[in-house]
Design a protein around this ligand. Sequence first.
Ligand code: ARG
Length: 459
Amino acid sequence: MSEKPWGGRFESPTNEFVEAFNASIDVDARMYAEDINGSKAHAKMLTAQGILSQEDCNAIMRGLDEILGEIESGEFEFTIALEDVHMNIEARLTEKIGDAGKRLHTARSRNDQVATDTRLYLRHRSSRIIGHLRHLQRVLVELAETHADTIMPGFTHLQTAQPVTFGHHLLAYVEMFNRDIGRFKDAADRMNQCPLGSAALAGTTFPIDRHMTAATLGFDAPTANSLDAVSDRDFIMELLAAASITAVHLSRFSEELILWMSAQFRFVDLPDAFCTGSSIMPQKKNPDMPELVRGKTGRIIGGLVAILTTVKSLPLAYNKDMQEDKTAIFDAFDNLEGSLRVFGDMLPGMKVNKSVMHEAAASGFATATDLADALVRAGVPFRNAHEIVGKSVAHCIKEGIELHEMDAATCVNIDERLSVDMVRTLSVENCVAARDHIGGTAPNQVRLQVAAWKEELKS
Ligand code: ARG
């Protein structure tokens, strides 16, 4: 059974279905470049340490370069009989260069190999996700600048609360995405240690130079414990947690866009290119993209739960269960990247219905807190002020008017401390402009924040 690299001690062939079931090539083939780079670094190190001859090393380099070309041009045939990307590439190398190919696996195991490849691959993918998040931040900052003084109702409990500026609302997401970037960076920094040299679990009897391989592959250092290095999947958990939180942010944003695009809100209209229609109802324009992004969040969170559950009862060191790690994170990263891309492309084309937003903010008594604040400024304790404005609102609801429409007699009637001057100055413009402090919703503050973000996002 020696066509398998591990076939020596086996007497009968692998069950045919098991062969397919056991294979991970469909999932891990995408790590081919990392696998090849890892092998090159390993071979160079073995050569520098006198474990491999220069001649063998040259053949390995040449063979691996050819294989890279074959894979990238689509000529390479991956086979499930060789399980995974590691054995597929190694077998092809041996086919090409003979014994030198068979020497490559000296002082190495697929266990440290897969741990290394996965870290390298995810390092690259994380930086791409960070790039998408940065782009989305830039898009949002642009929009926030345009809408620094566009007024909309702010909500709590999805009930009209106080007027806010749309720019301020958008910048809230810029803050969230910034924390998301921080989480990806933290996780990527923490995982940037090289498992190569840990071999199967205990290290190797050869005089390897782990600093050399670590440095060649751009890691900060070699991992410090071989057992930990081959069984650690914390980095996948952390990245999936970061991905899940980012997806949750996108999902909240999606939910808002979906609501805002409904006939009941009409705050925004998403570009046709990002919506679809109905096969039966001719009038429909559906916000499919935010809906789908909201939906993707479920499966991304599913990936986090999957990796946590898979690893939770695993004894040290490597167990085959771990092969499932890549399915979860690759799916999550692909879908998160797609979601970020859609948002970055869709938002610049969003139409904002300023007058509808303004009208919504100006109704629903969004200025009530400001009237209470005016009473407080006149010496009324806040709790009494709250009560007086509450009565005013009840009166207005009964009369079908807004607070600023109450006349002098009505005011005095509700409470002698309530003056018509306080009531007349109530406007959504005054409400937002008055919240002019760090973190407040005033147009001034939005402009300051926009300027600060532009500076931050320059590079
Ligand atoms: N395909 C395997 C994985 O993804 C690689 C490591 C296999 N190691 C082993 N001892 N079977 O986990």
